[in-house]
Write a protein that binds this ligand. Structure first.
Ligand code: ADP
Ligand code: ASP
Ligand code: MG
Length: 406
């Protein structure tokens, strides 16, 4: 008898019929004799709607209250799914994140799991229950409810799989696995049958929202195989795991894109130690994460400092950075909120010359201007105008022949 963790995303439980469909799938797993723990997201667009509501009653909703509000979305779906299973004659119980032992730090809306105490889940499994856990949430030491960041139910699932020693974590969603690019943007995108943690991590971190990056990170850390597959079909999905064959490792594996990108440039700053530290310390303290950072080599003791943040955090970041920039004698502080990134991801790229040049050539042939470039060992990212991202992804997908599959 194996223990498996399954996770069903928002569109998979968007209405009563879909919840019943998910209940059938869970029942099949249980009928095989496995112990089943299920993590569920909020129904459809519930989380977005709750956020909208909060902003209708307050310009700046309190962080603590907002997290309690958002956590209710997953409570609704977990209870309905449990009722659907019970109606089919199965024994099931729903647990909130707190009841499931998910303990987090106190960073509201972006909390990190510090510990999982799986004792209650184990007790319920031992009684023969299917355990349905509300995803995306946890509780602090002071018993305050937190949420794990958008898309965080994936992370709940992998964290539970790790703490329970599950055989596999199955992430069921509205596409049939991980594709060479977002299949909604590139109809020719191909499903990958398998992918390594590292490549998946880069894809997820640079916009392929099919997996929450922190879920992949946990998967790698605890060596949990993760299967991404459809909630609606029987397709075999994509296995994310530690090994990947040598042949596959040398190719471009996928293209990620992200439209939630904004740029801040602090122009004409005196080039002396301490400026970057002051700016980035203040952003870090406010919980704003910075991605790309570029500082020009100072000419005549004056330099420019450019960096990107999530579009949703731009106005908060500007409010913090502008006074610091002014106090340091910068000429101006400018921003652009309509940017996007396109990233080419594939292990082996670093040791094979020519990928970056080819990427830049493809973009230039489409008359797409590159504003900033960043790389890792297995990724090249170009920051471009948001309205050209779609064209860029399609052109790169074609140029690197990703439609040909593995
Ligand atoms: P869920 O609600 O199940 O968590 P998400 O909306 O978070 O689902 O993630 C699934 C979506 O991720 C897909 O509908 C797809 O549009 C998008 N996506 C982006 N990049 C990729 C990719 N490389 N492969 C598969 N899906 C992707
Ligand atoms: N419901 C949350 C969100 O929409 C968490 C999740 O779906 O994973 O971001
Ligand atoms: Mg998701």
């Amino acid at each position: 008898m194996a223990l498996i963790v399954q996770k069903y995303g928002g569109s998979s439980v968007a209405d009563a019929e879909k919840i019943k469909n998910v209940a059938q799938r869970i029942a099949q797993a249980k009928d095989k004799g496995d112990q089943v723990v299920v993590v569920v997201s909020a129904m459809g667009d519930t989380t977005d709607e709750l956020i909208k509501l909060a902003y209708q009653v307050s310009k700046q909703p309190d962080n603590r209250e907002l997290d309690v509000l958002l956590s209710t979305g997953e409570i609704v779906s977990s209870t309905l799914l449990t009722m659907a299973l019970e109606a089919m004659g199965y024994e099931a119980i729903s647990l909130s994140g707190a009841q499931a032992g998910i303990r987090t730090d106190a960073v509201y809306s972006q909390a990190r799991i510090v510990e999982v105490d799986p004792e209650r889940i184990i007790r319920e499994l031992d009684k023969g229950n299917i355990v349905i856990v509300a995803g995306f949430q946890g509780v602090t030491e002071e018993m305050n409810i937190t949420t794990l960041g958008r898309g965080g139910s994936d992370t709940t699932a992998v964290a539970l799989a790790a703490s329970l020693g599950a055989e596999i974590c199955q992430i069921y969603t509205d596409v049939e696995g991980v594709y060479t690019a977002d299949p909604r943007l590139v109809p020719e995108a191909q499903r990958l049958s398998e992918i390594g943690y590292e490549e998946m991590m880069e894809l997820a971190s640079y916009g392929a929202r099919v997996m929450h990056p922190r879920a992949v990170e946990l998967g790698e850390l605890f060596n949990i195989p993760i299967l991404v597959a459809s909630s609606f079909t029987q397709s075999s999905g994509t296995l994310i795991y530690g090994g990947a064959s040598m042949e596959v490792r040398n190719k471009v594996r996928g293209i990620a894109h992200d439209l939630n990108v904004a740029k801040i440039a602090v122009v004409g700053v005196p080039d002396r130690p301490g400026i970057a530290a002051a700016i980035f310390e203040s952003l870090a303290k406010a919980g704003i994460s910075v991605d790309t950072i570029v500082q020009n080599a100072g000419l005549g003791k004056i330099t420019d400092l450019t960096f990107t943040v999530a579009r949703s955090q731009l106005s908060k970041a500007i409010r913090l950075v502008r006074p610091i920039a002014e106090s340091m004698g910068a000429k101006k502080c400018v921003s652009d909120s309509k940017l996007g990134t396109v990233s080419l991801i594939g292990p082996g790229m670093q040791n094979t010359p020519g990928y970056a040049a080819r990427m830049f050539r493809v973009l230039s042939e489409k008359d797409i201007n590159i504003q900033l470039i960043t790389t890792s060992e297995i990724r090249i990212t170009c920051i471009i105008s948001g309205d050209r991202v779609k064209d860029a992804v399609r052109a790169l997908h074609q140029a690197f022949e990703l439609e040909r599959g593995e």
